[in-house]
Design a protein around this ligand. Structure first.
Ligand code: 3SK
Length: 506
């Protein structure tokens, strides 16, 4: 069991604690333009920004500080500074519009904001007063740079309780209204001391990189908390496309990579031209990783992708497998420190091999802010993730889709993701999204939206070929009766397929 002191500030642990263990001269952050910042340099700037928050913006412990911007050194510094000042960090996706930001401001009761100067307009339009916002930017005279330079370096961090809220992160799932989830200082440390420590086993000489924004807790863990817990270095890149992300591996000597299944799939055809020799661990999450993608990536690189499932509610990954424990197509087993089981609608464990809902327990857990959905997510101390799984006799968990992805057609239960994973095994298919659409005769029928590989002709003959392919691979009643060819699939900022939008389009 993980134990932390009653008084702990996670930003102090990630900076001072790490500097004490590995030394402050080690590289902490690399940027796309080739700059490298040591732990001492980052700590110095963090302290000055914390002083700006307290002295200029009059932040007191418990105040909520909204952060807005893509992954840059400044965003990482502001995240640590707000926590050092005893405030609660409210992370927001850089692409949010004023209307969505307004909801974040209200739900999280935001007091002040630190914002990348390229992203100010929407925040101002959301209604936060100009004197409550300080912005950073590339220019030497950017507001935050000027203010930080005028401060003394020796900021004394605020002493917080392990159970004080450190972070408010938003999840909108793939369809609905955003929910604010609260996480304690000890939760932030716990994700590093469970998934990262046991499955990734990072060292101080590792270099982390990846595509998820720090506002998505997958990115926060993988690109800030995990490297800084061990004194490793992290690459801050603004929303890199798969090709840029993989190309940057050689430039920065990246050893641990975090991205989504779509990026691993998208990069497959370019792998031959890329120098990936420094990589030792690739992590995939956000969506289930199809076995076919795992094998293709492994065949091309020799690397065994670490798949995992996590959630914003649980802060990070709670089921995964690494190294020889990996069974391609399975998400893995409960991460050490967590417990996982598959339950029926009344919360009772189901037998091995039977599909039910994944329930988890561990050092982190769901705490929605003022949301009646809390009662549905946490029952009898178990977090009900909304993911359908079956567990085999070795304890491995196999993803069967989200509860709301289940298609009931002519009385058959069909998991949309199973049909998607089957379609991508066809050589002409790049990706697909499968949903149920209303049908007079069958109630609902299976419809596949398919992105074809470049140069493949999208016509009725191809649709029939794909239908026959699905029938030959899985139970024929699961085949998509409707096939629509599309140029791309709608995804959330986190890279998850927006099936609700596909349903609306049908
Ligand atoms: O799988 C996910 O969607 C996720 C969400 C939050 C944090 C980590 C992960 C993997």
């Amino acid at each position: 069991e993980l134990r932390y002191p009653d008084r702990v500030n996670c930003a102090v642990e990630l900076l001072d604690g790490t500097i004490m263990r590995v030394g402050g001269h080690r590289p902490c952050v690399r940027t796309d333009d080739g700059e490298v910042w040591s732990y001492n340099e980052v700590a110095d700037l963090v302290n000055r920004v914390a002083a700006v928050l307290v002295e200029d913006l009059h932040v007191v412990p418990g105040n909520r500080v909204l952060l807005r911007g893509p992954n840059t050194r400044w965003l990482l510094v502001c995240w640590l500074a707000a926590l050092r000042a005893g405030a609660v960090v409210v992370t927001t996706m850089p692409l949010l519009r004023a209307r969505e930001l307004r909801e974040c401001l209200d739900k999280a009761a935001v007091d002040v904001a630190l914002c990348d100067d390229r992203y100010l307009d929407e925040l101002r339009d959301a209604g936060l007063a100009a004197n409550r916002i300080v912005s950073w930017g590339a220019a030497a005279d950017a507001d935050l740079t000027r203010r930080a330079e005028s401060k003394a370096a020796g900021f004394v961090p605020v002493d917080t309780a392990a159970d004080d809220i450190a972070l408010i992160a938003f999840t909108s799932g793939t369809s609905g209204t955003p929910k604010a989830t609260a996480h304690f200082h000890r939760d932030v440390l716990a994700i590093a001391d469970t998934f990262s420590a046991h499955l990734l086993q990072p060292r101080a000489d590792d270099v982390f990189a990846g595509s998820p924004p720090l506002a998505f807790t997958f990115g926060l863990g993988g690109l800030l908390v995990f490297p800084m817990r061990v004194g490793a270095c992290t690459v801050m890149s603004e929303r890199p496309a798969p090709k840029d992300l993989f190309a940057s591996v050689a430039r920065h000597g990246v050893t641990i990579l975090f991205t989504a299944p779509t990026a691993y799939r998208a990069i497959l055809e370019h792998l031959g031209h890329l120098e990936l020799g420094s990589l030792r661990t690739c992590v995939s999450a956000g969506e289930a990783l199809p076995a076919v993608v795992w094998h293709a990536f492994h065949d091309a690189t020799g690397l065994r992708i670490v798949d995992g499932i996590g959630s914003t509610e649980m802060l990070h990954v709670f089921v995964s497998a690494a190294g020889d424990d990996i069974r391609p197509g399975s998400t893995g087993r409960a991460v050490p420190g967590f417990r996982a089981r598959v339950v029926d609608d009344s919360g009772r464990p189901v037998p091995t091999g039977v599909v039910g809902m994944l329930a988890v327990q561990g050092p982190t857990g769901c705490r929605y802010l003022d949301d009646e959905r809390q009662q549905r997510y946490v029952r009898d101390g178990w977090n009900l993730t909304g993911d359908r799984y079956l567990q085999d006799s070795d304890g491995y968990l196999w993803h069967q889709g989200r509860a709301d992805d289940l298609i009931v057609s002519s009385g058959y239960n069909i998991a949309g993701p199973e049909v998607e994973h089957t379609l991508v095994r066809h050589p002409d298919v790049v990706e697909s999204g499968v949903v149920g659409v209303p049908d007079e005769a069958r109630g609902t029928v299976v419809k596949a939206f398919v992105v074809l590989a470049a140069g493949v002709v999208a016509d009725d003959a191809k649709a029939r070929e794909l239908q026959e392919f699905v029938k030959s691979e899985i139970a024929p009643y699961k085949y998509p009766r409707l096939v629509e060819f599309v140029g791309s699939l709608p995804r959330t900022d986190n890279g998850k397929l927006r099936r609700a939008l596909l349903r609306e389009r049908s």
